[in-house]
Design a protein around this ligand. Structure first.
Ligand SMILES: [Zn+2]
Ligand SMILES: [Zn+2]
Length: 347
């Protein structure tokens, strides 16, 4: 089978490797059909690290994927060969204090697909995964929608963490795949007034398609001033989805006293500073999102019930042989790209 490897900064190569086999009774062999290019993959592609997490070359990559079940161990009950599945890329131990406390997303032994030194990446023609990481999707759902289940689950988890209730004024700073995922999840479960900013007009247009009530380009306007003109009391909740530290300041300025900032974006830098006195005087709450927990199945249900339509997020499609082009496109924000997907096998 073909497997993609990072072999250096901005270097991606395909190699032939033997197809893996299910080892444990609860293992599933999945033919990978779609892999999404994530901002975090692109951090690795461009910088070779995320914070202090370094890549060692050659390294496999990718964690957003959907596919088709080929074979499984004898203990697997919930799946059959031919089932199409969305995949949760976080493999957890189920036994540590964090897992026992219902926090598998901070499992002490968590192994994430395609993360430096952890599980093999998803950008391969076949993967072996525990059955509990594979979620069968209904016939009404496409493999394209299933590959978006991972970023969408992060969006839904952020919305749940914010304990969002209907009719709130919500800011979403950054309208890439994660910002759009937060927007779609918020509109699906607790519709309110959604104010979305970005630096790229094409992404703001996608936000409007996904239900944003108002959008503005932060490169061209004082977005804090604009949002406060519409919400004089300030925003109830702001989701930072850009990774740009300037957005932390914008969020703090736009929030009402007692407001909540949810940090979802991944900054490129190691340290970020902010005005602690604004936080103190307004008694703001900061919450940080670590990927997601328990939100893949609910996202599948929301898509299947047509309460959430993620299709506007997917803008570009590449064959496996052009995977490097997909990474270059996303790294350079080229051609209005939002989510680029690599198609390994057609539906
Ligand atoms: Zn991702
Ligand atoms: Zn654990």
């Amino acid at each position: 089978m073909k497997v993609a490897y990072f072999t250096g900064i901005r270097k991606l190569e395909l190699a032939d490797r033997p197809r893996p086999e299910p080892q444990r009774p609860d293992d599933v062999l999945v033919r990978i059909d779609r892999v999404g290019v994530c901002g975090s993959d692109v951090h690795y592609y461009v910088n070779g690290h995320i914070g202090d997490q370094m890549l060692h070359y050659p390294a496999t990559l990718g964690h957003e994927c959907s596919g088709t079940v080929v074979a499984m161990g004898r203990a697997v009950r919930n799946l059959q060969p031919g089932d199409r599945v969305a995949i949760d890329p976080a493999l957890v131990c189920g036994r540590c204090d964090q897992c026992r406390a219902g926090r598998p997303n901070t499992c002490r032994k968590l192994r994430f697909m395609g993360n430096a030194g952890e599980e093999p990446g998803a950008l391969a023609e076949y993967c072996v995964l525990p059955a509990e990481n594979c979620f069968a999707i209904p016939d009404s759902m496409t493999l394209d929608q299933a590959v978006l289940a991972e970023p969408l689950s992060v969006g839904l988890y952020a919305v749940r963490l914010a304990e969002l209730t209907p009719n709130l004024a919500v800011g979403i700073l950054g309208s890439g795949p994660i910002g759009l995922s937060v927007l779609l999840a918020a509109k699906a479960v607790a519709p309110g007034r959604a104010y979305v900013t970005d630096l790229i007009d094409r992404r703001l247009a996608a936000a409007r398609t996904c239900g944003a009530d108002w959008t503005s380009n932060a490169a061209a306007a004082d977005v804090v001033h604009q949002m406060l003109a519409r919400e004089p009391d300030g925003l109830d909740v702001v989701f930072e989805c850009s990774g740009d530290p300037r957005c932390i300041d914008q969020a703090m300025a736009a929030l009402k006293p007692g407001g909540l900032l949810v940090i979802v974006g991944i900054p490129a830098q190691q340290r970020v500073d902010f005005d602690v006195h604004v936080m103190r005087r307004k008694e703001l709450t900061f919450k940080n999102v670590r990927r997601q927990r328990g939100c893949v199945a609910p996202v599948i249900e929301l898509i299947a019930d047509r309460r959430l339509n993620p299709d506007p997020m997917l803008t570009h499609r590449f064959p496996l042989s052009a995977a490097a082009q997909a990474f270059e496109l996303v790294a350079g924000y080229g051609d209005g790209v939002i989510k680029a997907v690599i198609e390994l096998h057609a539906e």
